[in-house]
Design a protein around this ligand. Structure first.
Ligand SMILES: *Cc1c(COP(=O)(O)O)cnc(C)c1O
Length: 395
């Protein structure tokens, strides 16, 4: 992580194809585009890579989440169960769909706990959106079983875990829809972009139409296209798709490098008895973008986090204090501060988010640290890094 570290001629060539024809739009212009259909090609390749029957590319991971919620019919008045450890986009997408996020506890996978879902279910619950955080997986089979049992729609936020799998099955293919991001800091990037995948033709058709004002994309004449639904514009441009296409071809090499770098650091950390590791339900399927581990308590976690920073180990995160990824520090969510007038504020059942208590999640997050795994480290840099980390833990 991230894909920008391996930018090169391959990306430039794909972009040049598009610039050469001047067709930046992903639909139509059949003659002028001289056979270049970058978005379409990316969709086909991505679907093949994941073993998903259908893929629709869109403008961001946030858009992918909005598309998935819309295609699955989740909206006004519904409740959607989400984890408190995620990127804020998961929660924004639920709110902008007109639904209410309801927080479930996480477990030692750092993802939504299947055993915490029941406690968050109410008669209004429509969907569950687990987030496969930091390159690895939730207990996704158990979560799916809970959803099936309770009749809830499962949508996976796999934005941080492209290329990861559980027992050989790609993350993002367990739920009715899976959402991905190719933003500038993700494992593969196309500048800004995202994707939804699904095995259901009707959901694909709804996603494809919703992301482009409801157009059905049948035939060559845009003016005669049908629109059975209203939609919006979450389209990707051919320029972005072109970059993504080249990056996708590098995914396996990226994963291999990440896994080997992660293994070396993990082995070093494992020598310290106070360190325990994040539960990864299928180690082989880990995309290894991060190494996440626990210290015995909050005090020690803070000391180690500070020590790593002072030792110059970049890319270390103590999420419990971090403004970006954990509910504890998200005052704007707790107060529902927004430029838009959120539908949820008009609900008589609007939750009071300042009162949300997640003791088990706090207990886990207050002891957790994550280290970003870079692609560009040389063997020597990796060795030096490991030495410094050892020094901090030995204190
Ligand atoms: C990055 C990310 C998103 C949003 O993706 P964008 O492409 O930046 O909109 C959503 N969820 C998670 C977990 C993410 O990490």
């Amino acid at each position: 992580m991230p894909g920008f570290e391996v930018f090169g001629d391959e990306e430039r060539k794909e972009v040049q194809d598009v610039l050469h024809t001047g067709v930046l739009f992903r639909y139509g212009f059949d003659q002028a585009r001289q056979g270049h259909w970058k978005a379409k090609e990316f969709e086909e390749a991505f679907a093949r890579r994941l073993g998903a029957p259908y893929c629709h590319l869109c403008s961001s991971g946030t858009a992918a989440l909005s598309i998935a919620l819309a295609a699955c019919g989740v909206g006004a008045g519904d409740e959607v169960i989400v984890p408190p450890f995620t990127f804020v986009a998961t929660i924004e997408a639920v709110l902008h769909a007109g639904a209410a996020p309801v927080f479930g506890e996480i477990d030692d996978t750092l993802c939504l706990d299947p055993d915490g879902i029941d406690a968050a279910v109410t008669p209004r619950t429509r969907a569950v959106v687990p987030v496969h955080m930091c390159g690895s997986m939730a207990k996704i089979e158990e979560i799916r079983a809970v959803c099936d049992e309770a009749g809830l729609i499962l949508i996976e936020d796999a934005c941080q875990s492209v290329g990861a799998a559980f027992k050989g099955k790609a993350l993002g293919t367990f739920g009715r829809m899976g959402c991905f991001s190719f933003d500038p800091v993700k494992t593969i990037t196309c500048g800004e972009g995202g994707a939804v995948v699904t095995a259901e033709k009707d959901l694909y058709a709804a996603a494809d139409a919703y992301a482009d004002h409801g157009h059905d994309h049948m035939g060559n004449d845009r003016g005669l296209e049908g629109h059975s639904i209203l939609g919006t514009n979450f389209r990707i441009s051919e320029l972005n798709a072109a970059v993504g296409l080249a990056q996708l071809r590098k995914l396996d090499a990226i994963l291999e490098k990440q896994r080997s770098h992660k293994k070396a650091i993990k082995e070093a950390l494992a020598q310290f008895s106070e360190v325990s590791f994040r539960n990864i339900p299928d180690e082989e399927g880990d995309s290894a973008t991060f190494l996440s581990f626990f210290l015995p308590d909050e005090t020690r976690a803070r000391v180690v986090a500070k020590g790593l920073g002072e030792a110059g180990i970049d890319g270390c995160f103590y999420w419990y204090d971090n403004n970006w990824h954990y509910l504890r520090r998200w005052d704007h969510i707790k107060t529902l501060a927004s430029a838009a007038r959120l539908a949820i504020k008009g609900f008589d059942h609007c939750p009071d988010y300042t009162q949300v208590r997640l003791p088990r999640s706090d207990g886990i997050m207050s002891r957790a640290l994550s280290m970003q795994i870079k692609l560009s480290w040389t063997e020597e840099q990796l060795e030096q890094r490991i030495e410094k980390i050892r020094g901090v833990l030995a204190r």
